[in-house]
Design a protein around this ligand. Structure first.
Ligand code: HEC
Length: 150
């Protein structure tokens, strides 16, 4: 049996090892990761947009499922923009790293709005879902307009 103090030390070590693993990730792997993450976010955003625009009938359970997935991904965005991942096959603008605090704020804003949408969606109220969806869409757009190449 490990003594409690040793256990704490061991888990701190494990955590910093994880952080290091990401710090030293190759730029192309970081780019793959963020594009994959954005693809998954976009995959789940699509059906929500279709329901909000009336291109697909509103289904509360489907809406809630996709909203929940986006909410679970929002806090991973920043990991996808590690330093040094500005060069390569990417649509990310270099301004991201020059305006890191602003970029971070935009990522957090999306995370906050997406988590709110997942909460709202649990009740299944179509009007409220649509209202909150617009805030999520605005948070995507705010970041893309400034930091993503067309
Ligand atoms: C904090 C900034 C930020 C937020 C918020 C954000 N994105 Fe992105 N997104 C980017 C950047 C930057 C790229 C370009 C990444 C690259 O090419 O390396 C991107 C790329 C994408 C792509 C293309 C992925 C690919 O295949 O290359 C999709 C789809 C996407 N975003 C969807 C969304 C949706 C939907 C939302 C909102 C729910 C969202 N994004 C929110 C910054 C953001």
């Amino acid at each position: 049996m490990l003594k409690p103090r040793l256990l704490v030390a061991a888990s701190t070590l494990a955590l910093s090892a994880l952080a290091f693993a990401h710090d030293s990730a190759k730029p192309e792997d970081v780019i793959d990761y963020r594009q994959g993450l954005m693809t998954v976010i976009g995959w789940n955003f699509g059906p929500l947009g279709a329901m909000v625009k009336g291109k697909h009938p509103f289904e509360a359970t489907e809406f809630s499922k996709h909203a929940g997935r986006i909410a679970n991904l929002g806090d991973q965005i920043l990991e996808g923009f590690a330093k040094g991942s500005d060069k390569g096959k990417t649509d990310a603008k270099p301004e991201i790293w020059a305006n890191w605090d602003d970029f971070q704020g935009k990522a957090r804003d999306l995370d906050t709005q997406a988590k709110l949408l997942a909460e709202v969606a649990k009740a299944g109220d179509e009007a409220k879902d649509k209202e909150q969806f617009k805030k999520v869409a605005a948070a995507c757009k705010a970041c893309h307009d400034k930091y993503k190449k067309d």
